[in-house]
Unconditional design. Structure first.
Length: 168
């Protein structure tokens, strides 16, 4: 997955609207469905937990289906890209201890995966205005750059491929 520049304003606006729409659909859908089921199938004991749960489950599945159906729509482009980038970074982070050991030994794929992780994290943190730990990231990036120089490697995040992680 290539790192691309994202229009921060557009991304935040679209993400907020998608979140609000999902919340509204979940609330209205689950309440409407559960109330309809309660009216059709009342319980003498007064417990309608199963109908309420069914309403939430059906509404959640419907939201998931709608999001999946429209994931390729231009409106969702930035939102889906960031979601997929977060998944890619999570894959790297789960293997980070092994990657760091391999990077210290001079493994180019490990160095490249860590470099991609840092570049992707920087992009995400910029989009989310999470600048608190950017200084720590700069320190880690400097260490990585020193390792790459030590092993005479040039790191380019565009060269990263998630298949590299299989060896770790």
């Amino acid at each position: 997955m290539q790192l691309i520049e994202i229009n921060k304003t557009r991304y935040r606006r679209h993400l907020n609207r998608v979140i609000v729409a999902c919340i509204i659909v979940l609330a209205v859908g689950s309440l409407t469905l559960s109330q309809a089921l309660i009216a059709l199938f009342p319980d003498e004991s007064g417990s309608h937990f199963h109908w309420n749960l069914l309403g939430v489950i059906v509404s959640s599945v419907t939201i998931g289906w709608i999001l999946n159906k429209y994931r390729t729509h231009d409106y969702m482009r930035e939102v889906v890209y960031v979601w997929e980038l977060k998944q890619a970074l999570n894959k790297i982070n789960r293997k980070m201890p092994k990657l760091k050991i391999a990077a210290d030994a001079g493994n180019g794929d490990a160095l490249l995966a860590i470099h991609y992780s840092y570049a992707g994290s920087r992009l995400l943190w910029h989009l989310d205005d999470n600048t608190i730990i950017m200084d720590e990231l700069a320190i880690e990036q400097k260490k990585l750059d020193n390792l790459a120089a030590q092993y005479q490697l040039t790191l380019d995040a565009n060269d990263y491929n998630d298949k590299m992680l299989k060896q770790f």
